[in-house]
Structures are given as C-alpha cells and as structure tokens.
Ligand binder design. Structure first.
Ligand SMILES: Nc1nc2c(c(=O)[nH]1)N[C@H]1C(S)=C(S)[C@@H](COP(=O)(O)OP(=O)(O)OC[C@H]3O[C@@H](n4cnc5c(N)ncnc54)[C@H](O)[C@@H]3O)O[C@H]1N2
Ligand code: MOO
Length: 410
C-alpha cells in the first residue's frame, strides 16, 4: 500500500513548518484497510456475561453440553408411547424430571420445556387429545413429533462462535444456554475527543460568528455504535496556538484515559490549524495523511509517541462524519479484533458528477435494491446524512446507475 508519509516512532522532535497536506491522498479503500490493519487488538480480559454486551469475543465459544441438554417437550399435552388410547401414569413438569419409563400405551401429562420421559415416542398436543379420567385418546403421532431432540441444535463440543464476533443479545443468550457465566472479550477501545475551534459554542443557537458544535454530539454516539467508548470530550481553543500540542502531550493523559484521540477541526492549512504542526513537532508516526475523497480530504491517521492512535477529522461536520466512517470505524474494529466492516454494493442513482481521482461520499436512501443520492451533502451540511440510510462511496469512474459500495448508517 502506498502511504503518503511514514515517520519512524523514534524520530527526533521536529521544529519548523510542517509539510503541507499532500494534494493527492491515499485512495479511499486503501485508507480504510490501512486504518484497520494498523493496530494490534487490545489485550483480552474476562468479564461476566452481562457486562459483555457490545464487546468482541476474544476466544471461540464451544458448547460443553448438548443443546438442548435433554429431549424436551415442544408442546403442552401428553408424552405418549405407542399408539393410543393411552393410560395417564404421571405428570412431567418443566424444571423437574419424571423418572419413570413409559411402556407402549402409557402417557404422562407434560408441559412445554419439560424433559420427555424415557420410552416416550412423541408429544400429543392438548388440543388434539381427548381426555376422560385417566384415559387419553387421539391420533397416533409419528415418532419424535413435538420433541426437541437432545443435541438437535448442537452436539456437545460444537463450535458456536469464532473469536472476533461482536457480542449481541442473541450471542449472550446462546452463551448462557451453554452454561457460560463469563466471556473472554476485547474491551471497547477508549476514545478521547478533542473538539477544536474558537468559533464553537456547545449550547443554544449560533450567531454573531459563533457556530454550534455539531461534531461533539455526533461522535459520542457514533463511537459507541462503532464499538468504542468516549472517555472524555474537551474543547480546545485555536488560540493561543500550541494548546492542541499540549493536549496531545503524554503528560496530558497520565492515566491513559484513551487508546484513541480524535481531534476535530484544525486539519487544514489555516493560520490557526494546529494539528499538522502538533503531530510534526512531537514526531508522530503518520499512517494516512489525507485521503483521496470528498468530503474528508484532509483527514489524518497517526500514532503518537506514547502509543495512542490519533485520528484528525476535518472540521466541516459532514466531512467529519464521512471521515469517521473512513478511519475511525476500521481503526476501532482493528483494536477490538473484529474484521473490517463489509460494504454492500448497490446501484446508485442521482445527479452528481464524479470527482476526478477522488471517491465521493454521499448520503443516499437505500431500499435494499437501489440507492438514491440525497440533497444536503456539502461538506459543511449534515442535513442529507441525518436522514440517510447509507453513505455511497462513488469511485472516481462512477456513472449514474453504476454500483458503488455503501457504508450503512442504520
Ligand atoms: N486554503 C485551503 N483551505 C481549506 C482547504 C484547503 O485545501 N486549502 N480545505 C478545505 C476543506 S476540504 C476542509 S474539510 C476544511 C478542513 O478544515 P479544518 O479541519 O482545519 O477545520 P476548521 O477550519 O476548524 O473548520 C472548518 C469548518 O468547519 C466548521 N467546524 C469546525 N468544527 C466544527 C464543529 N465542531 N461543529 C460545527 N462546525 C464546525 C468551522 O466553523 C468551519 O466552517 O478546510 C477547508 N479549507
Ligand atoms: O475535504 Mo473537505 O472535507 O471536502 O470539505
């Protein structure tokens, strides 16, 4: 892969003007891959089952027991042996074991979920049974009807899930079913947000040259959705220049509250845009320096000398969002030991021009078949993305109606 800048981690502290952002940038798909490949997964830890939701499995789950563990009634009715009519000889309730053995012509009253007694061939649902005292009759049931056989779902020892899977509600239920009380997981990567910009305010309506911070409220939940956890959000003024460099210094994070630092704004070349200078002077290792996409061109991925990952998101809010899906999503997946999120392909329609040499990231509606480009997609506007189903990544040679990868937003 061709990355525009690589500095060694032990490079000496630099002074002077940092290099200008490269005009071309890393191709968009390569940038995603590079962000995913860059980190080693965070160390695994053991957590109780309830705390594992949303984390990533660090070891496979094999079931030590057959699922289900015993032949189980799937209907309320009668467990029967042989053809009817049958003599009712007992009752098997859920949570208990009726320890007798059914001979041909015997039945026990049984509830859904109860262990089927030995000798039973089938369960006759109560709706299909006619009971008269201790006698019950009904149509003979084919063998195994309404019985969940022991091991039918999985035999003992079967692998149920591989490492790297995100732990969703159903996986927690499955782990509980096979008797797990704890899981070995990769934790959520911890993320510190540094929101830069003298013009920003974080409440009320904007005016008088001030702008309401739209990135802070976007990134908190986005990071959570992407499997990370925001451990801090700080506002860093543009002036005096140097504050960002101080924030990025190791001493500013003595307890290591973060594995990843996301800086919004300051990625460009304006007088107060400090990020490139700050990375240059602390001799950060550059991994991605600008991406060949629009919006989001000036985005950055680097590694700080103290080992934290640094993502620089352009200040325009839609550019920041598109860049978060380009670099933050794969980086967090890599840190959590997950595979790179897949990108379904869909035919995309709409009246936009491709950009020479650039991937265009545009909000689209998607009905499962066709994606349509929405309005409100300039770099500074969130209107389109706020209502979109996905971002389409239109390659430089895209023509209307041609397929493009989608980053799903819902
Ligand atoms: N001379 C050049 N100027 C710019 C270039 C360029 O190549 N040459 N690139 C433009 C592009 S593309 C982008 S994207 C922006 C990136 O700018 P920064 O990352 O340095 O961000 P700022 O300058 O601080 O802000 C840009 C824009 O976004 C607004 N902003 C910033 N933070 C927030 C926030 N948290 N919530 C809402 N809005 C925010 C800010 O007010 C500006 O309007 O640079 C271009 N310029
Ligand atoms: O790269 Mo900027 O993000 O086009 O607006």
């Amino acid at each position: 892969m061709t990355f525009t800048a690589h500095l060694s981690e032990d490079a000496p502290r630099r002074t002077g003007t940092p290099p200008r952002p490269p005009a071309e940038g890393v191709p968009w798909l390569e940038a995603r891959n590079a962000a995913h490949a860059a980190p080693d997964p965070l160390p695994a830890r053991r957590v109780d089952l309830e705390s594992a939701a949303g984390l990533t499995l660090a070891e496979p789950i094999d079931t030590p027991v057959a699922l289900p563990a015993f032949d189980t009634a799937a209907m309320d009715g009668f467990a029967v042996a042989g053809d009817g009519p049958w003599q009712v000889v007992g009752r098997a309730s859920a949570g208990e074991v009726w320890s007798g053995h059914l001979a041909a012509g015997d039945a026990v009253v049984i509830s859904t979920g109860a262990q089927v007694p030995r000798g039973a061939d089938a369960v006759l649902p109560v709706e299909q049974a006619h009971r008269d005292g201790d006698r019950v009759s009904g149509r003979p049931q084919p063998s195994r009807t309404h019985i969940r056989r022991r091991g039918e779902d999985a035999p003992a020892g079967r692998r149920l899930a591989e490492a790297g899977v995100r732990i969703g509600p159903a996986l927690l239920g499955l782990a509980a079913t096979c008797g797990r009380d704890a899981l070995t997981v990769r934790p959520r990567p911890r993320v510190l947000l540094l929101v830069t910009g003298d013009e920003l305010r974080n409440h009320g309506v904007s005016g008088g040259g001030q702008v309401r911070d739209a990135i802070g409220p976007t990134l908190g939940p986005l990071v959570h959705e992407l499997g990370g956890e925001v451990t801090g959000r700080r506002y860093v003024p543009d002036r005096p220049v140097g504050l960002l460099a101080k924030e990025l210094g190791t001493s500013a994070d003595p307890g290591r509250e973060a594995d990843v630092v996301i800086v919004s704004g300051s990625t460009s070349v304006g007088e107060t845009d400090q990020l490139r200078q700050a990375l240059h002077s602390c001799a950060a290792r550059w991994i991605v320096d600008t991406v060949a996409c629009r919006p989001g061109h000036p985005q950055i991925l680097a590694r700080l000398p103290d080992g934290r990952w640094l993502v620089g998101l352009p200040g325009n809010p839609f550019a920041a969002l598109a860049s978060a899906y380009t670099l933050v999503a794969p980086l967090l997946a890599g840190l959590a030991g997950r595979s790179l999120p897949g990108l379904p392909l869909a035919a995309v329609t709409g009246d936009v021009r491709p950009a020479r040499g650039l991937t265009r990231l545009l909000p689209v509606t998607w009905d499962g078949a066709c994606a349509r480009i929405m309005s409100g997609h300039r770099a500074a506007f969130l209107h389109g993305a706020a209502l979109a189903d996905a971002l389409a990544a239109l390659p430089p040679d895209w023509t209307p109606g041609a397929p493009a990868p989608l980053v799903l937003l819902r």
